[in-house]
Design a protein around this ligand. Sequence first.
Ligand code: NAD
Length: 320
Amino acid sequence: MSIHSRSVLVTGGAGFIGSHLVDRLIQEGASKIVVVDNFFLGSEHNLDDAKRAFPDLEVIRLDASNLSAMQDVVTAHQIETVFDLATIPLPTSLTYPHFTMQTNIGITSTFCEIARRGLIERLVHMSSSEAYGSGRYVPMDEDHPHDALTPYAAAKSAEDHILRSFVSTFGIDATIIRPFNNYGPRQNPGSYAGIIPIIVQKVRAGEPILIHGDGEQSRDFTFVRDTADFAVTIHDTPECRGQEINVATGVGTSINTLVTRMLEIMGKPDHPIEHVEERPGDVRRHMADVTKLSGLVGRQPEVLNVDALAETIEWYEKTL
Ligand SMILES: NC(=O)c1ccc[n+]([C@@H]2O[C@H](COP(=O)([O-])OP(=O)(O)OC[C@H]3O[C@@H](n4cnc5c(N)ncnc54)[C@H](O)[C@@H]3O)[C@@H](O)[C@H]2O)c1
């Protein structure tokens, strides 16, 4: 079931990972690509490259948790595959937990129901390593308990349970991809920014970089184009159906190491750093076991590398 010549819907396609996935789908020769995004966070500019390469790209501003609207979209466009990436992000869940949970769970349930009704053939859902919580053991494999620490993480975990229940009860063709921390161009640099754009902003503003806690908390940083690449490969691999699969490098990098590497790339090795209080719900150790991924598709994403980090920094330097 290759993505080539397929009609594909990407929810959250104007977002960070979603827009890179759209680029990848174009390269792979998908025949139709439709993006549904309500622009809670995404940006039309994230799709500029895609629109140039694929002028027929259709971008629809809708709420992906609206079942009847989504049913109309998949029917009207004869969608065969849905990549479900739309999400309200973690920081929102700290202020608006009910809204975040209701929306995120609603989006997943919507596409499970659409699959159950036989309106699409294949559903690839993006979960998050946040569902695991702070590692009881590292690296974390797919059997790691779900110890969600935030309402966002609890919703991601609930989404996975809902999807699994639709696979086991109704036999829908669905796969859960579980990325860890992604980095790369287009990650939202605004109030919901990830750590890399925040560091770039602080350096440019000549302000100290604030590290929460001792900075030894580690993350499995994966380049966003690798995540997009693996999402397509997983879609195309029949053995991945019905599975949940970590998509990450399998190597943890501490925040202290990341900051040091970034400051070296930016030519500011002596930029001031301040340690401030830990954030509530901050996960201590986060690193994937990628044995299942390599077993199923025969490869795994590359460890945080300087070229990808430099490309990311350069993008933010141009954009911010
Ligand atoms: N970025 C990461 O490091 C990371 C790590 C693990 C998992 N993930 C998962 O990957 C997926 C994509 O994350 P991202 O980092 O690209 O986030 P993002 O916020 O950049 O993209 C999400 C997109 O969803 C859209 N959206 C939100 N609510 C919507 C709704 N109700 N209807 C339609 N669109 C809606 C937003 O406008 C945005 O464009 C999510 O499922 C997330 O949980 C991301």
